[in-house]
Design a protein around this ligand. Sequence first.
Ligand code: GDP
Length: 535
Amino acid sequence: MLDTPLVLAPEIARRRTFAIISHPDAGKTTLTEKFLLYGGAIQMAGQVRAKGEARRTRSDFMQMEKDRGISVSASAMSFDFATGEDSYRFNLVDTPGHSDFSEDTYRTLTAVDAAVMVIDGAKGVESQTQKLFEVCRLRDLPILTFCNKMDRESRDTFEIIDEIQENLAIDVTPASWPIGRGRDFIGCYDILRDELQLMDRADRNTVASAVKIKGLDDPKLAELVPADLLETFLEEIEMARELMPPLNAQALLEGTMTPIWFGSAINSFGVQELMDGIATYGPEPQPQRADPRAISPDEKKVAGFVFKVQANMDPKHRDRVAFVRLASGHFKRGMKLTHVRSKKPMAISNPVLFLASDRELAEEAWAGDIIGIPNHGQLRIGDTLTEGEALRVAGIPSFAPELLQTCRAGDPMKAKHLEKALMQFAEEGAAKVFKPTFGSGFIVGVVGALQFEVLASRIEMEYGLPVRFEASQFTSARWVQGQKPAVDAFVAANKQHIATDNDGDTVFLTRLQWDIDRVGRDYPDVSLTGTKEMM
Ligand code: GDP
């Protein structure tokens, strides 16, 4: 049967592709576990962590990652979620949780249609949340907020909402309202559905029981909520309704309003309501910006783009997995797609779907889904795959690194090996590698200092190659752009500052902002840029 847009539509409409943004310790892992629990992907909460750890030791995660409890690599998880009559397919893309902001994080967010922001009810908006939020804002991503750990002493509800509004400049609308605080927290009033949800503190895996209430005057409220808590709650909710706007689905989709749910992930409380919210208000897969035209999810032909590459997921095979977000069409295993950059056909014979329980072969997928394509390095970040049309997905940037160091092999005879290792990490997007026109060796650029250590230990582990990172004479890198004659003249006159990056593009290295300003004055036809689009 032909897949006309009519056949695609329901598959698109039921997909939700999102990421969780949060500050470490706010409860992202716990919430993910509960998502999977309700998604039926696992039997018991706690398994994700155990499974995650087993997978980590099996794959390329290094000791350091374990020691520091950071996750350097992101992954994707798919699971189904049923609510009422409807069944949704959720694709959760994990954002790296460490505090060194990296391009990886940014690119992860190019692959999702929405983000769930988790904050700790006692701590409010923390630094990492703020940073990640700014990235979401660049793309006007819809944000749904979960205020976690309400079972513990938390801040005043109005204060939390105010802080989000002030710090993040976004309208907040309560989707639920907590009743009681800290030890007295008994549950939430679901504002969207006029239900009372009471938390079961005795059993952390029980889903809260919901009591249908006919508005706030329903006598059932007084039966179920202790009088003192009820009084405060009724006062608060009246004030909230006066002060805060009701949920506006359009404003949510445009990223100017976030609904907030209150809950306790560890007690499985409020999670299902959040998931319902994602299903009901979270956007379905959105059109993808591309050149020369945007890609609509309901197009018949398959298109997708690589937003992440992970090497050595299994050290036994030197494979790489390219994470592809499908932008359109109905993908089937075995399909031949065109790799637009090289114009070569690629048979996608063993794509992987990241079902929460394990990696599984993907027989079929639709817009919004994330599939993994094992390959030997042909697929790079930013690459587009289509059924033939020369479309290139736009908006996946590469940032100039903020830190540069020279990298040398412990054994000078191993320079070639080092080059290979560095190129691999460059392709993964873990670092930029510059080869200076003059002199030997490589200059490696990263965004956060921790990444040098990560690289050194990965090169040693995966290539058996001890390396040293040393201070470089340069501190900044800028891409050189302009018409060929102007660029050639610039390069010829500044050879000692020129290098090529891992894609072969020309780069100007310097240690002085003054130098960069000078180029602006002396070479008006050349521009030095801090970002380039990966194409
Ligand atoms: P992540 O760093 O954001 O992934 O946070 P985790 O999910 O690992 O949670 C951090 C800590 O907070 C862990 O010790 C969790 O058990 C705890 N935690 C998570 N959710 C809750 C909650 O709802 N209430 C309480 N009291 N603790 C929680």
